[in-house]
Design a protein around this ligand. Structure first.
Ligand SMILES: Cc1cc2nc3c(=O)[nH]c(=O)nc-3n(C[C@H](O)[C@H](O)[C@H](O)COP(=O)(O)OP(=O)(O)OC[C@H]3O[C@@H](n4cnc5c(N)ncnc54)[C@H](O)[C@@H]3O)c2cc1C
Ligand code: SF4
Length: 488
């Protein structure tokens, strides 16, 4: 156990966030580094409570009390070993995970002390970052090669985790990515202010040194067929994500200035990594409306503010969530409560319980406003409030309404993989599709989810592929396809 009295004597505390006016002038991450002794004191609050519910909250099964204890004792090297034993990329989850482990922490049982949970995510990222500074992020190449080959399609967190596990198990792994750079949504979805791409590049350097090969600008299904890949490789992992976006088919959708979030964010990300790149669409000087109250919407908000938007509204159809955990979402589930992301601290206005009836255009065919109506949730159905229609000025609208599943296209047709009733790539309990030797991991099979689930699925799918290739496996499988977040 860490400090036996830590949870009684030490308040939960997070590192400072850089001042809003400063961070709006650059794209760097929001949090400042937490001094080691402060992180150790926070880790010391872990009670090692016997049944660590945080394990059940974390899809990776991270050994949280173990590394809390090691950090409290100052053994950062061993803490890094224990953390990397269950998580290939703690520098990503430590920055980006919504931390369902923290809402499952025993210190968060009492709703009035939710903020009392151990700062698990912060301890995680501190261990990961100190591993880099301490020279512990070394390549771990396999002792011998199996002679078997694997093609991984898609280089998001699921594909990367599967590739790293399979490479370390001795297989020769090639990752195919249609974009011009590796990383999936880590690269071109999530903005720099949430994840500086240097962390991604550092991890990719480790993977390359271990032997994983990457082929970018290759769209499988177009530049090379699925059949050819099956002939050339002993196994194929589909980690193509859930990139088919949900649209809003109301009148005026065709107007200029109404875009999908993923037609906007990747350009902004590219411009950060390449200052010569001219973004085709910028929020500078514009009245921006973001439709969708989730993570993607918040990323659009932070990006628009940094580009110099004149105003930003973020619309959500659901009512304002409660400040505290509602009774029907008891501990240790992940509750739907009011959360303030770093982007929300920086500006903009959130508008709840509204629906967009139509987009209103100007004489040039560009959007100039949205017609909104207030809605009430009655028996699970949204009902318009009569007489509540109004216009909201907007000359850039970003749709951040979620994703439906994998994109339909030549790849799925060529391979002949079956889809399930939700339009996701169907798999059995061992991550195998209906096509022998073809497996699926991450959002492509699970549907739109989280990075922590993508990594967990990548690890589990790697174990299944290793068993398929070798007859047995030593690789861990933290999740099954049927597993879901803790819920009532
Ligand atoms: C804007 C945004 C912000 C998000 N923020 C967070 C967050 O803060 N925290 C969090 O936990 N989750 C977040 N998510 C969700 C998270 O990013 C995803 O759940 C996760 O990236 C899924 O990983 P994946 O590997 O399955 O797929 P992806 O990351 O989507 O990667 C799939 C890759 O496959 C490639 N690909 C597709 N088809 C082909 C083909 N035929 N040939 C070659 N390559 C192909 C794509 O180009 C892409 O690079 C966010 C999502 C979005 C859109
Ligand atoms: S990966 Fe997410 S759920 Fe798991 S320990 Fe880290 S922050 Fe918690």
């Amino acid at each position: 156990m860490a400090d036996p009295k830590g949870f009684l004597t030490t308040q939960r505390d997070l590192p400072q966030r850089r001042p809003v006016p400063v961070r709006l002038r650059d794209w760097r991450e929001v949090y400042e580094e937490q001094p080691a002794r402060e992180t150790a004191a926070q880790a010391g609050r872990c009670m090692d409570c016997g049944i660590p519910f945080c394990h059940s909250g974390c899809p990776l099964g991270n050994l949280i009390p173990e590394w809390n204890d090691l950090v409290w004792r100052g053994d950062w090297a061993e803490a890094s070993e224990r953390l990397h034993a269950t998580n290939n990329f703690p520098e990503f989850t430590g920055r980006l995970c919504p931390a369902p482990c923290e809402t499952a922490c025993v210190l968060a049982i009492d709703p009035s002390t939710t903020s009392g949970a151990v700062t698990i995510k912060q301890v995680e990222v501190s261990i990961a970052d100190r591993a880099v500074v301490g020279g512990r992020l070394v390549p771990l190449p396999p002792d011998r090669l199996s002679g078997r080959t694997v093609a991984v399609i898609g280089s998001g967190p699921a594909g990367l985790a599967a590739a790293q596990q399979l490479t370390r198990a001795g297989h020769t792994v090639v990752v195919f990515e249609r974009a011009d750079a590796v990383g999936g949504l880590l690269r071109y979805g999530i903005p720099e202010f949430k994840l500086e791409k240097a962390h991604l590049d550092r991890r990719l350097a480790q993977m390359r040194a271990e032997g994983t090969k990457f082929r970018v600008n290759v769209e499988v299904g177009v530049d090379i067929t699925g059949q050819v890949l099956r002939e050339r490789y002993d196994a194929v992992v589909l980690a193509t994500g859930a990139t088919a976006w949900r649209d809003l088919t109301v009148p005026g959708r065709e107007l200029a200035g109404v875009l999908q979030a993923m037609e906007y964010l990747p350009h902004a990300n590219r411009a950060v990594s390449d200052p010569a790149y001219q973004v085709p669409v910028s929020a500078a000087g514009r009245h921006v409306v973001i439709i969708g109250g989730g993570d993607t919407g918040a990323d659009c908000l932070g990006t628009a503010l940094r580009q110099g938007a004149a105003s930003v509204h973020q619309l959500e159809i659901l009512p304002h969530p409660p400040q505290e955990r509602p009774g029907h979402q008891p501990w240790p589930t992940y509750p739907m409560v009011y959360r303030v992301s770093s982007a929300h601290e920086e500006g903009g206005e959130r508008v709840y319980a509204v629906s967009t009836k139509r987009f209103v255009g100007d004489e040039t065919g560009r959007v100039r406003a949205l017609e909104l109506v207030e809605v009430e949730l009655v028996d699970g159905q949204f009902r318009e409030v009569p007489g509540s229609e109004r216009e909201l000025a907007a000359d850039l609208v970003l749709l951040a309404m979620g994703f439906l599943g994998p994109q339909r296209g030549p790849l799925l047709d060529q391979l002949g993989v079956r889809l399930d009733e939700r339009g996701l790539i169907a798999r059995d309990a061992g991550f195998a599709t209906n096509v022998p030797g073809v497996f699926v991991a991450g959002d492509a099979g699970r549907g739109q989810s989280l990075i922590v689930w993508a990594i967990a699925e990548g690890r589990s799918a790697a174990a299944a592929v290793d068993r398929w290739l070798s007859g047995d496996t030593q690789l861990p499988a933290p999740v099954t396809p049927a597993m879901r977040p803790l819920a009532v």
